[in-house]
Design a binder for this molecule. Structure first.
Ligand code: NAD
Length: 264
């Protein structure tokens, strides 16, 4: 692996699992120092810290337990990353949750949680990280949105609203920093093989009275023309491109990694 992020400092939210952990791994392999964040069992977090730490040449990667639903904790996490590394070059807003329900039954606390974690945390982290990036005249902000940031599906009102919000936030920030060497972009994955997406297969199989394999192909991946999961590394590769030195001309983009979903 070419060490295109050598010496750079990155903070990746929701990086104890799935896409965030995959991005952390690839960034560390490319030479970055990475701070992890996210929930999970203590031994899972310890394993993630040790695994990413080994790639960084340290015993364990720095970790923030900040809850992305709490703005003060988001701000403290950014401050902790700047303190740990002396700077913050790359911010990846990735933490996210999902909940599926008809809008008339959608629990209000789920709506509030999804908006807070999937959208507002991005705002709070960007607001906290940008002054340092502007001061050093370098930065890469990468927001993990979704195909659902560009088009909708039924029963996912909070998620679709939040992810459309992430794409809008990305564009607005990009315009504000357009004349600086900082960029702000969104990645819009289709269905990626992670715990968040795999958890949707079983309820679909039960709802339609079919096997999980049939539920996956005919229902979950119905909108994904490739008819296969996107792999975590395929999203991480896009993030690495956006974090790296060759992407300076890309700003305010919402880049699809979705097996053709948005082309249909
Ligand atoms: P995942 O469930 O595997 O990982 C989510 C991560 O976010 C975990 O580390 C979890 O601990 C963390 N997290 C959840 N709530 C948090 C909170 N309040 N504070 C801090 N961390 C929190 O999910 P994933 O599939 O890897 O999803 C990562 C991102 O990618 C999400 O924003 C998701 O919406 C987006 N996405 C996923 C898919 C997919 O198909 N998997 C598709 C499009 C977009």
């Amino acid at each position: 692996m070419e060490r295109i992020l050598d010496g750079q400092a990155a903070l990746i939210t929701g990086s104890t699992s799935g896409i965030g952990l995959g991005i952390a791994r690839l960034f560390a392999e490319a030479g970055a120092r990475v701070m992890l964040n996210g929930f999970g069992r203590a031994e899972e977090i310890a394993a993630a810290r040790a695994g990413i730490g080994a790639l960084m040449g340290v015993a364990e990667a720095p970790y923030s337990p900040a809850d992305m639903a709490k703005p003060a904790e988001v701000r403290a996490m950014v401050a902790a990353a700047e303190a740990a590394f002396g700077r913050l070059d790359i911010l990846v807003n990735n933490a996210g949750i999902q909940f599926v329900s008809p809008v008339q039954d959608f629990p209000e606390e789920k709506w509030d949680a999804i908006l807070a974690i999937n959208l507002s945390s991005n705002f709070h982290a960007i607001k906290a990280a940008l002054p340092g990036m502007l001061g050093r005249r370098y930065g890469r902000i990468i927001n993990i949105a979704s195909a659902h940031g560009l088009v909708a599906s039924p029963f996912k009102t909070a998620y679709v609203a939040a992810k459309h919000g992430v794409v809008g936030l990305t564009k607005s920030v990009a315009l504000e920093i357009a004349e600086t060497p900082i960029t702000c972009n969104a990645i819009c994955p289709g269905f990626v093989r992670t715990p968040l997406a795999e958890a949707q297969v079983k309820p679909l199989a039960e709802k339609h009275g079919v096997s999980e394999e049939v539920a996956l192909k005919q229902h979950l991946l119905a909108k994904q023309p490739s008819k296969r999961w996107i792999e975590v590394e395929e999203v991480a590769r896009m993030a690495l491109y956006l974090a790296g030195p060759g992407s300076g001309g890309v700003n305010g983009a919402a880049l699809s990694v979705d097996g053709g979903w948005l082309a249909a």
